[in-house]
Design a binder for this molecule. Structure first.
Ligand code: FAD
Ligand code: DHB
Length: 391
């Protein structure tokens, strides 16, 4: 097989890249080691930054997102028995976020790629990348039936997530990393959201988050120990702890319902420098991980591939490599800002095991200060809705 850009991974990064390239008349082929059913059912992120939702509209993919996604013009921060609203729209000159499940985004883009004739090879095995230092890189894999395959291409986009094979193919990487002494237990529940907005709650027992997927589905998270055994969290215990951590003010109660899904996600900050080796370019979780408190993971993946698609378009239009050469630096400037915001939100809102009462009082004073003055709230809001793309 031959194509212009070989893409490893059909997550948000790989699918959006393929779509953006297609719009520029650039061909791609995607290889994905899981099944279509699996990637379309995998529950992960939910928040799309303002510019990502606009981009999805611009590229003709917004129909279902606008019908089923939920536009949020504010978020709430709960602490010390009260809740403060961050008015995203008023503080950012009219911007908002869209709550739309990552798996819905994946479904929309898989359907569009296949309809446009872009090959997506699902359930492949033994994927490896070759000759990335020269002009003729290749991706090798065995297809669903076990037959060996080879894709020859001009460029390879490593969009294969944190545990993929592309990052290990880049020599001499500098890794910047922090693990946190906690994880998130997330549930999807058949219950109407208990508030119109997301609630980020800092409680002495730990952090909790109220989010949603539809008028009938709530998505909720609890801070738990990093090595937590999910068997220790039967549904009753999850609900009891969510009620404790989220209902800090008066009569408000969380709606409960059948738990449809339950999982634990570790918390990590990770950046690798650089993001390119020869003709191999890393994008999305393959190159970086943020702790989920800032809701930045999927948005950063979108930012990387937008930069990459523009650079590839410039190359195919004129032969110029300026934007391709600048790809790591352009992306890393944004990545580090998102890392800072995600680390800061995480540090401000979670309970650390070694934290003393002084540390907790300082943390509560910081939340009070940030949410209680316009400049602080604006800084939070501007980062949350997504920094301007070229900043
Ligand atoms: P991925 O979505 O990981 O896609 C990579 C794709 O590559 C996958 O489909 C994978 O199957 C495929 N792949 C892997 N290895 C190979 C291989 N060798 N060959 C071929 N294909 C391969 N972010 C938030 O903001 N909020 C959240 O609540 C949140 N929850 C998360 C929960 C979990 C369990 C995880 C793992 C992530 C979560 N994230 C969250 C992060 C967010 O989902 C990611 O940032 C986003 O998925 C990044 O997209 P991506 O396309 O770069 O990577
Ligand atoms: C969701 C996940 C997040 O990490 C976050 O910060 C906000 C919302 C969600 O899954 O809805």
């Amino acid at each position: 097989m031959r194509t212009q850009v070989g893409i490893v991974g059909a997550g948000p990064a790989g699918l959006l890249l393929s779509h953006l390239l297609h719009r520029q008349g650039i061909e791609s082929i995607i290889v994905e080691n899981r099944s279509r059913d699996h990637i379309e059912a995998r529950i992960r992120a939910g928040v799309m930054e303002h510019w990502v939702a606009e981009l999805v509209d611009e590229i003709g993919m917004g129909a279902r997102m606008r019908q089923e996604g939920l536009v949020h013009e504010g978020i709430e921060i709960s602490f010390s028995g009260r809740r403060r609203r961050i008015d995203l729209k008023a503080l950012t000159g009219g911007k908002s976020i869209v709550v739309y499940g990552q798996q819905e985004f994946v479904k929309d883009f898989v359907a569009a790629r296949l309809a446009a004739g872009t090959p997506i090879h699902f359930e492949v095995g033994g994927v490896s990348v070759h000759d990335v230092e020269g002009d003729g890189p290749a991706i090798r894999f065995s297809d669903r039936d076990g037959a060996p395959q080879r894709i020859e291409c001009d460029f390879i986009a490593g969009c294969d997530g944190f545990h993929g094979i592309c990052r290990p193919a880049v020599p001499d990487l500098k890794i910047f990393e922090r693990t946190y002494p906690f994880a998130w237990l997330g549930i999807l529940a058949e219950a109407a959201p208990s508030s119109d907005e997301l609630i980020y709650s800092s409680h002495d027992n730990g952090f909790a988050l109220h989010s949603m997927r539809s008028p009938k589905l709530t998505r909720l998270y609890l801070q738990v120990a990093p090595d937590e055994d999910i068997a220790r969290w039967p549904d009753d215990r999850v609900w009891e702890e969510l009620q404790t951590r989220l209902t800090q003010d008066g009569d408000w109660r969380l709606n409960e319902g059948k738990v449809l899904q339950k999982g634990i996600t570790p918390m990590r900050s990770f950046v690798c420098e650089t993001m390119r080796h020869g003709m191999l370019f890393l994008a999305g979780d393959a190159a970086h991980i943020v702790p989920p408190t800032g809701a930045k993971g999927m948005n950063l993946a979108a930012a990387d591939v937008l930069v990459l698609s523009r650079a590839l378009a410039e190359f195919y239009a004129s032969g110029a490599t300026v934007a391709l050469d600048a790809y790591p630096a352009t992306c890393l400037a944004r990545i580090w800002k998102a890392q800072r915001f995600s680390w800061w939100m995480t540090s401000m809102l979670h309970i650390f095991p070694d934290q003393d009462t002084f540390g907790r009082r300082i943390q509560l004073a910081e939340i009070d200060f940030i949410t209680g003055n316009e400049a602080g709230a604006r800084a939070l809001a501007e980062n949350y809705v997504g920094l301007p793309f070229d900043a």
